[in-house]
Design a protein around this ligand. Structure first.
Ligand code: IPE
Ligand code: IPE
Ligand code: MG
Length: 242
């Protein structure tokens, strides 16, 4: 068992996960891709519940990207129905576990029923002070920056913001993640070593871990090992240690 690492000991305060490999996990078993998505969804709760053990205060998970609409209608519809059912089924447990749930991504493209459930989940857990779980749903980093820029431009047009005041500190206030710290560690499962449009702005200085495990097999022990390994990394942010 990996010894828990808290942020005070150099553990990550915010971990973001690209939960990849559900489809391959199902295909390997001769089952439809959605079978893998259901198995993947079941994995989420135990990772969330293990966060306090590893000192992780913020967990952000990539559930559906702005590019995932390119998949078959059957897979997209199955995923949307899974998200609806997931929220209905898991919310009571998250309230009980003191988990604060938030969603990031472009909501208008999602159906009204799902949007309603997302709002409800955020409201229901508003008072929770434990782990901050953020679910990225219809999320794309470029889309997020574009939407943020649109709102920023509107504020400039309305005279609320001067163009010369736009700087590195201004733009993040318009991002979906405005209330979250930047991720310290980004994990991607399934052996792919790419970022696939996840948290582009926010992960500028994140540490990365790419692991071969397919998401439905990703267990809290492996999560703990990656958090502990993070504690041994030397983050320099461009500076030189003297
Ligand atoms: C990740 O698993 C979940 C979503 C993108 C919704 P995939 O569905 O991408 O699984 P693979 O990469 O095809 O195995
Ligand atoms: C990224 O995985 C999106 C999610 C995990 C939700 P993808 O499987 O969609 O990414 P690519 O297509 O391999 O880059
Ligand atoms: Mg994939």
């Amino acid at each position: 068992m990996t010894r828990p690492t808290s942020p005070e000991e150099g553990g990550p305060r915010h971990v973001a996960i690209i939960m990849d490999g559900n489809g391959r996990w199902a295909t390997m078993r001769g089952r439809p891709r959605l079978f893998g998505h259901h198995a993947g969804a079941r994995r989420v709760r135990e990772i969330v519940e293990s966060c306090p053990d590893y000192g992780v205060k913020y967990l952000t998970i990539f559930a559906f990207s702005t590019e995932n609409w390119k998949r078959t209608q059957v897979e997209v519809a199955g995923l949307m129905s899974l998200f609806r059912r997931y929220i209905m089924k898991e919310m009571q447990a998250f309230v009980k576990e003191n988990v604060r749930v938030r969603f990031i991504g472009d909501r208008p493209r999602l159906d009204a029923k799902l949007r309603g459930l997302m709002d409800e989940a955020e409201k229901m857990t508003e008072h929770c002070t434990g782990t901050n779980l953020t679910i990225a749903l219809n999320y794309g980093g470029r889309d997020e920056v574009a939407r943020a820029t649109q709102r920023l431009a509107q504020d400039v047009a309305d005279g609320k913001l001067k163009p010369e005041d736009v700087c590195e500190e201004t733009l993040p206030r318009y991002l979906d993640t405005c209330v979250l710290p930047d991720p310290d560690l980004v994990i991607r499962t399934s052996g792919e070593a790419r970022i696939s449009n996840f948290l582009l702005w926010q992960s500028a200085y994140s540490e990365y871990e790419f692991v071969d495990t397919l998401w439905p097999d990703f267990a809290p022990e492996e999560f703990g090992r990656l958090c502990a390994a993070y504690g041994k990394r030397d983050r320099r942010f461009g500076a030189v240690k003297v």
